[in-house]
Design a protein around this ligand. Structure first.
Ligand code: GLA
Length: 356
């Protein structure tokens, strides 16, 4: 008997530090959060010889339907569902027709990676439904990094955002009480204890929605690629800081951000190992200044949110994710009260199958 149902959950993420480094073969230090997306599927009988997907976005009250074998492009959440089914098919994973529904509590466009959570949960649920009974669960037989790469192809080819692997790797490798030090050159993921004690990490929504496909995200990537050409290196990981100073503006500042941010990730790992959360706070502030001034991806709404966190006594605050809106992250020492509307976040486990 083939499988009749499957269910999977994938979390969003917060990036502690290391922003816009992933597509430059740099370093980042994200963690998976408790909020995420759940996808539930049930086998849909073949109709007229063709396998189909019927999908519904529970929170939005919207639906979609497409032939599994040849989905066409679409916009919004439909692009994620169609793209994930198509990329799984292209990678020759066995798939079957499904009625699927998804919903969750990670807000869309808030910089907490609702997109990656959706892609990863879709992948796992569709892989499980298409597998033979008795076969091991998808995460036990398929390399997580391979799943992350497939999801990134969905973003690039179906959604139109040329993202790196930060969000998907964080969602897939998340671990309780650990941040993940990711080296995007080797794709090595090293868990680093993130024990906060009475300290708190919070996110505050700037109220400004962002869309990676339409923001300056792709433009920043192109600028980094152009800087590489001019410097004669294959990625900014190898860029020489002095040579970068001679680049035309704004390329020099873009490179300065990436190189400085890679350094700050290593410093943050050291600070966490030394249990020095004050130092982590200072690094968050330095990262934000660099993202605002050198990478130029902040907005007035983001600045207002950062100011609210600082006014409440944050030890450090910065924008998280792609920028141009979304959420800001703040670190609060014991006894300091985050402002109203701020939500506490803690490192939690990564994507997983659920009981059906
Ligand atoms: C978005 C992208 C990631 C990464 C960050 C910036 O979240 O999806 O790949 O580039 O922006 O660090």
């Amino acid at each position: 008997m083939p499988r009749e149902r499957s269910a999977a959950f994938a979390p969003g993420r917060v990036n502690l530090i290391g922003e816009h480094t992933d597509y430059n073969e740099g370093l980042a230090l994200p963690f998976a959060i408790a909020e995420g997306i759940t996808v539930r599927t049930e086998r849909l009988p073949r109709s007229g010889g063709e396998e189909r997907i019927e999908a519904s976005a529970v929170d939005l009250g919207e639906s979609d339907e497409f032939p599994l074998g040849h989905p066409e492009g679409a916009h919004g959440w439909r692009a994620f569902v169609r793209g994930t089914a198509a990329e799984l098919g292209r990678a020759r994973f066995p798939l079957v027709g499904a009625r699927l529904q998804f919903g969750g509590d990670v807000p869309q466009g808030a910089g907490l990676s609702s997109s990656a959570a959706l892609e990863v949960a879709l992948c796992l649920a569709l892989l499980e439904l298409g597998s033979e009974p008795g076969e091991r669960a998808p995460l036990e037989r398929i390399d997580r990094t391979e799943i992350a790469q497939l999801c990134a192809r969905v973003e690039r080819d179906w959604v139109g955002a040329r993202t790196g692997l930060l969000d998907q790797l964080a969602s897939l490798y998340g671990t309780d009480e650990r941040a993940l030090c990711i080296d995007f050159r080797s794709l090595r993921v090293d868990p680093v204890p993130l024990q906060l004690g009475d300290w708190r990490l919070v996110v505050l929504d700037s109220g400004e929605r962002h869309s990676l496909a339409s923001s300056g995200y792709n433009e920043r990537r192109e600028q980094c690629a152009r800087a590489c050409e001019l410097l004669g290196v294959s990625s900014l990981r190898d860029a020489d800081e002095d040579a970068a100073r001679g680049l035309p503006e704004p390329l020099g500042r873009r490179v300065a951000h990436v190189l400085g941010e890679n350094r700050r990730v290593l410093q943050a790992v050291e600070a966490l190992q030394a249990d020095d959360l004050e130092a982590v706070g200072e690094l968050l502030d330095a990262s934000h200044a660099s993202l605002r001034d050198d990478y130029e991806i902040s907005t007035p709404a983001v600045e207002a949110a950062v100011s609210r966190l600082r006014a409440a006594g944050a030890s450090g605050a910065r924008l998280v994710g792609g920028g141009f809106g979304g959420s800001v992250l703040g670190l609060f020492a014991p006894g300091r009260e985050p402002p109203s509307g701020a939500r506490e976040v803690r490192p939690g486990p990564g994507a997983r199958m659920l009981a059906e």
